[in-house]
Design a protein around this ligand. Structure first.
Ligand code: NAG
Ligand code: NAG
Ligand code: NAG
Ligand code: NAG
Ligand code: NAG
Ligand code: NAG
Ligand code: NAG
Ligand code: NAG
Ligand code: NAG
Ligand code: NAG
Length: 853
């Protein structure tokens, strides 16, 4: 009997199935034997032998046996490069029940299987060497050859379907892992196996009713078609449906379409902040002949998604925004990268902490970025559960790629697998072909000789348009597809998939970075339809850095500090940007000075991203000089892959940087923001609420040396319209200052909303000068009374960027990094792991801006 083999390059697409084995006795059930567990592991010349866990990889196996230290420590990323340059062999002996026979089978590729009865060996050639060979064999070069030196990475990652960032990135190390990193199992069957099943829902506009589309993929060994009866039940929708189906021989799929009664009132799945994430239990049962029963239970969700690109009056170009269940939604969030270089260290608890932090910061969306991996099933289930919309790139980033048959074949297998696996998840709202590869050609990142341009353009179109797009459209009609990010959407299509300027703010999404210009200058920001990437770097906190470094590393100019920075000039850029507004750390204790410097980079980042994001939210309802109607702000980047400087708002390990606390406020459902234009102060209100809502605005001016406001006022009632932004206050700064007998240098403005006489949301503030020029700013005098997970701060003077830090104790504060103008404030600590009051008290350290110089 012929036995099908899974393709052998599944490094990127997760589940490695050895669909070997057939049943000697006639037995129509599918028997599954997990091969997870301890495997023997050796390098190519057998000089190193050990056991390794599956799922797992060589690095973590060697670390767990003490053969190497934690690869993240110190300069180990360089010291352990040899591991990825060697070949590694996993082998396993296993015992199958006597009624299962395994066929012997060999395949060749980067992974080689050698399997005999009850013995399997998987040989991994070095991914680095393999990619290099592939590039040499290719008839022309595909840029970029190598990453910039500062990344200390490996070359030719574009020739291998493996996490593109595993060969290094500007925020991450080079650890091109080898190993069986997802589950592995034998599925044995004589009749038929259900390889995949996906569930989608759609709203049929013509009949005004919901439909469920169930798509099984069967592998049928039988030579004749099988008759089966499928039964679908959704108890809470009173759905109990069955009909006959024919399962054809070979591998194949068909659709089961079920209409939901129009009478049924279907509860919808909504993004975080817009409603519940309602779903329904469903069971699907296939009775195949009289012999085999296959039953699956799942949760299905109902929601629609549309990408709206239409003309806007007063603005050339097209809109670009998402409608969920018919409601236009401003996407608030960030970009997701792999949570670890070694995916076997990521489990659902760690994912939960990170994704919980996403919704705790009032985000509703993440972009799963194209240089990483298709995440685990847990990731998407958590996003469904938490209401996080996912913009999903296919895994191609910042590079050109080949388009030969061997490459397209592996990509097609990858895309087919991933769509089958993922399309059931309502959280995924858009597929995107790649990250920045349209831009790479359009802006000629790689200085391509003009004679070659057309070749690369054709590669691009073959890969993303003729292959990936084609497959996506065929396999998933329930969500939009865009070819790249940034893209001009429909305009890109009009320009034959490669627009002249993919960064055009009149169309689609844009990425924008500028570290040199003063980030307080809102006029420097583009006003796009959708900001899908922007950001500033910062360093993780000292407690995170201390875990992987030694005292001699603890200065901002150490080799280590230089080594960890993978973005050319990054450390200096942070200092230069910070020095525009803040004094430099001056502490005579070098370690304290280092800690203060890390703190200052977080102050800089938090304030920059705050101002930029506020600008994007203000632009939601405005057209200025033909630009605006911004409907998304996803800053770069949410999380870290290791302990290093990066654009992230959450450190490796889950600790919130100052930016993440700020995100909670600037992404609040109702938020305020201020800016100045020619000495006129403007304050805006922005609301994601589904109803118009009435507020008053309170303004207070404080001199830096006193907690008693020198001026306070409350406006009349005004309305902030549902899902819009607009001005709620305006005054010239000089008049305001005159009224309160203050100057730009000696005062700061605080403002907040009142609703029914209560403070609504968080207080916001407006610096009237750079804090480095502030007059009267005093060293903090904050004392702390501690209760159970609550710190009461007693304060004497206004203090800026007040930062509470409890080192590595897992959890987060209710607020942090704030402007403190209260005499007494309670700050809560939410623990993620058990801790004690004594531990917290011991660990607490408070830093304010004035304390560092
Ligand atoms: C098929 O295999 C299953 C699991 O080993 C066993 O429980 C069942 O009795 C077998 N059926 C037949 C018809 O042999
Ligand atoms: C085996 O390979 C290791 C690692 O690549 C190398 O250091 C060692 O010298 C090799 N040993 C022999 C005997 O070739
Ligand atoms: C598989 O490869 C091994 C070693 O390369 C060889 O000994 C064996 O005969 C091969 N088996 C088959 C079925 O080709
Ligand atoms: C490169 O080409 C050579 C010669 O055709 C071939 O033997 C080798 O397997 C190729 N390498 C890869 C990684 O495909
Ligand atoms: C379905 O109808 C709604 C309301 O008329 C409309 O907004 C939406 O665009 C339609 N959807 C599709 C996919 O045609
Ligand atoms: C749906 O509503 C119609 C008319 O209101 C009614 O005749 C019918 O019985 C209902 N169907 C179900 C399944 O409740
Ligand atoms: C759905 O199924 C889960 C797990 O099987 C169960 O815990 C839950 O109660 C069910 N929900 C409903 C509404 O029946
Ligand atoms: C820092 O790196 C330089 C160049 O790599 C080296 O010469 C120097 O010894 C290193 N210093 C320390 C303290 O490790
Ligand atoms: C205004 O401020 C100045 C200096 O801060 C102070 O000397 C003066 O008394 C103040 N005037 C009033 C009217 O408060
Ligand atoms: C510092 O704070 C303490 C406690 O609140 C207070 O008693 C003391 O007067 C303050 N010192 C200064 C210089 O303000």
């Amino acid at each position: 009997m012929a036995i099908g083999w899974a393709p052998v390059l599944p490094l990127l697409w997760g589940l490695l199935q050895i669909t070997s084995g057939n049943l000697l006795q006639h037995n129509s059930t599918v028997q599954v034997y997990s091969l997870n567990g301890k495997w023997a592991l050796r390098n190519s010349n057998s000089s190193i032998k050990l056991y390794g866990d599956v799922p797992g990889c060589v690095h973590t196996a060697m670390f767990s046996w003490g053969l190497i230290k934690d690869p993240y420590i110190s300069f180990n990323d360089i010291a352990y490069k040899w591991i990825s340059h060697d070949g590694w062999i996993y082998s396993n002996e296993f015992t199958l029940p006597p009624n299962i026979r395994c066929a012997s089978y060999n395949t060749t590729d980067i992974t080689k299987y050698v399997s005999e009865n009850n013995y399997v060996e998987i040989k991994f050639q070095s991914a680095v060497e393999w990619a290099k060979e592939k590039s040499i064999n290719h008839s022309y070069g595909i840029p970029p050859k190598c990453p910039p030196d500062v990344q200390k990475g490996e070359c030719h990652v574009n020739f291998i379907r493996k996490a593109q960032c595993s060969f290094s990135w500007d925020w991450g190390p080079s650890f091109p892992t080898q190993g069986i990193w997802r589950e592995i199992r034998i599925e044995a069957y004589n009749l038929v196996n259900l390889e995949y099943i996906s569930y989608m829902t759609a709203f049929d506009n013509s009949t005004s009713q919901w439909i469920i589309i169930i798509e099984p993929v069967f592998d049928t060994i039988a030579e004749k078609p099988l008759e089966a009866r499928v039964a679908v039940k959704v108890p809470n929708l009173y759905l109990d449906h069955s009909h006959d189906v024919i399962i054809a021989p070979g591998e194949g799929t068909f659709e089961i379409i079920i209409k939901i009664s129009k009478n049924a009132s279907v509860n919808l799945w909504w993004p975080n902040g817009y409603g519940m994430q309602s779903g329904y239990n469903m069971s699907v049962t296939f009775n195949i002949g009289t012999e085999q029963v296959i039953q699956k239970t799942t949760k299905i969700y109902f929601r629609t998604v549309e990408l709206i690109e239409e003309p806007i009056s007063g603005s050339p170009g097209l809109s670009f925004y998402m409608k969920i269940n018919g409601v236009p939604i401003f996407l608030k969030g960030s970009n997701w990268i792999p949570a670890d270089s070694f995916q076997d260290r990521v489990n659902s608890d760690k994912l939960r902490v990170l994704l919980r932090s996403v919704v705790d910061a009032n985000m509703n969306a993440l972009r799963v970025w194209g240089g990483g991996i298709y995440e685990s099933d847990d990731f998407y289930s958590l996003c469904n559960e938490l209401g996080i919309m996912v913009w999903h790139d296919f895994m191609f980033a910042c590079s050109l790629y080949p388009s030969d048959d061997w490459f397209l074949d592996t990509v097609k297998a990858e895309v087919t697998h991933q769509i089958r696996r993922l399309k059931s998840h309502p959280c995924i709202i858009v597929w995107s072909g790649n990250n920045e590869n349209e831009a790479a050609i359009a802006s000629d990142w790689f200085s391509i000789p003009s004679a070659m341009r057309e070749v690369y353009v054709q590669d691009y179109i073959t890969l993303y348009i003729k292959s990936i797009r084609e497959l996506v459209l065929k396999m998933d009609g329930t969500r939009p597809f865009i070819a790249s990010s940034p893209t001009n959407g429909k305009e890109t299509i009009k320009e034959n998939w490669l627009s002249k300027d993919p960064y055009d703010n009149h169309y689609g999404d844009t990425h924008y970075y500028n570290y040199v210009t003063d980030c307080w200058d809102w006029k420097s920001y583009p006003r796009p339809r959708f900001a899908s990437e922007y950001g500033f770097q910062s360093w993780p906190s000292f407690s995170t850095i201390a875990q992987i470094s030694s005292p001699e590393d603890w200065s901002y100019t150490s080799n280590f500090t230089e080594h960890r920075q993978h973005h050319a000039g990054g450390n200096m850029q942070m200092i230069d940007q910070a020095s525009l507004h803040y004094n430099s750390p001056m502490n005579s204790d070098p370690i304290r000075k280092f800690q203060d410097t890390l703190y200052l980079t977080q102050v800089m980042q938090a304030q920059c991203v705050k101002l930029q994001t506020e600008f994007y939210r203000r632009s939601q309802s405005e057209i200025v000089n033909g630009l605006g109607f911004t409907m998304g702000a996803l800053y770069w980047q949410l999380n870290d892959i290791w302990q290093a400087p990066s654009w992230s708002s959450i450190e490796y390990g889950g600790k919130w940087k100052m930016l993440h606390y700020y995100a909670k406020n600037f992404f609040a459902p109702v938020a305020t923001s201020s800016f100045e234009d020619n000495d006129i102060l403007h304050i805006y209100g922005v609301s994601d609420l589904s109803k118009d809502c009435s507020f008053k605005l309170a303004l207070e001016v404080y001199k830096w040396d006193s907690l008693v406001p020198t001026y306070e006022t409350v406006t009349e009632d005004f309305i902030i319209k549902s899902q819009s932004s607009g001005q709620i206050y305006q005054e010239t700064v000089s008049e305001l200052l005159q009224r309160c007998n203050s100057t730009r240098l000696n005062a700061v403005l605080v403002y907040y909303l009142l609703h029914d006489g209560e403070i609504y949301g968080s207080k916001n503030w407006h610096f009237l000068s750079s804090p480095k020029e502030a007059e009267g700013l005093l060293k903090s005098n904050i004392t702390v009374n501690q209760g159970t997970y609550v710190f009461t701060l007693i304060n004497s003077y206004p203090a800026a960027f007040v930062w509470l830090d409890v080192g590595n104790i897992a959890g987060r504060f209710s607020d942090n990094g704030f402007l403190l103008i209260e005499h007494k404030t309670a700050i809560y600590f939410y623990t993620w792991k058990p801790t004690t009051v004594a531990e917290l008290e011991k660990a607490l350290h408070i830093t304010t801006l004035r304390d560092i110089y």
